[in-house]
Write a protein of this length. Structure first.
Length: 234
């Protein structure tokens, strides 16, 4: 495939940041295309992207998309796993090992969906309504974090799939950091193993500088339509 990949997404973390982080970790050169939201009369728009959406030869036009030479693919998890296979970050040594990774992947997406649904829901018109829902999110999160803590405790795992870093760790870090940034900064603190796991990821030599740089747009998480997590400034 091509020597330089092209990854396109909105100029936010969103569904692409786990992919970007994996590419940084593997030190893979890539063109990081970031689409801006348009400015409508009353609300931001996606018009700038819609004008070119069907011009890239994608079978299922969407953001994010990846172009690797003649190979083109959309959908964030498909992209993440495509790149993980190329860089030995998807362990397919047995059907059971692979199934565990895919189980974790799906569980993490459930955790992400809970937050997405809360932040994009318009049925919480007042701050009081939102704080009540935030409390519900934290209750659900505590259950899920407890399950992840217990999973790490099994066989004293360094990473979610065992002793080897895999694509699910990039997905997990991104989702857990959303909760720290948007819901409660210290939400991981009661979970010793999980807190150590996140710190271990942040200390990976290939990622430490990137995660602390201005290039890593930490506060730019979601689109303008989310209740929290969007920053329009550079």
């Amino acid at each position: 495939m091509s020597s330089t990949l092209k990854l396109a997404y909105w100029n936010i973390r969103g569904y692409a940041e786990a992919i970007r982080t994996l590419l940084r970790y593997t030190q893979t050169p890539f063109e990081d295309v970031r689409h801006e939201f348009g400015t409508g009369d009353a609300f931001p728009t996606r018009d700038l992207w819609f004008k070119e959406k069907f011009t890239h030869g994608l079978d299922f036009p969407n953001l994010p998309y990846l172009i690797d030479g003649d190979f083109k693919i959309s959908q964030s998890i498909a992209i993440l796993k495509y790149l993980a296979r190329q860089h030995n970050l998807l362990d397919s040594s047995s059907p059971q090992v692979l199934a565990h990774q895919e189980m974790l992947e799906t569980q993490l997406l459930d955790i992400r969906t809970r937050l997405i649904n809360a932040l994009y829901n318009t049925v919480y018109p007042t701050e009081e309504d939102w704080q009540a829902e935030r409390g519900n999110v934290l209750k659900d999160l505590a259950v899920w974090l407890g399950q992840l803590e217990a999973w790490l405790a099994k066989e004293n795992k360094s990473w979610l799939a065992g002793d080897k870093l895999t694509y699910v760790d990039f997905l997990a870090y991104e989702i857990l950091d959303w909760y720290r940034e948007l819901i409660q900064a210290d939400c991981l603190e009661p979970f010793t193993l999980l807190s150590a796991y996140v710190a271990r990821f942040e200390e990976l030599p290939q990622l430490k500088e990137y995660l602390g740089s201005d290039e890593y747009r930490k506060a730019h998480i979601l689109s303008p339509w989310a209740r929290l997590g969007y920053r329009s400034e550079v």
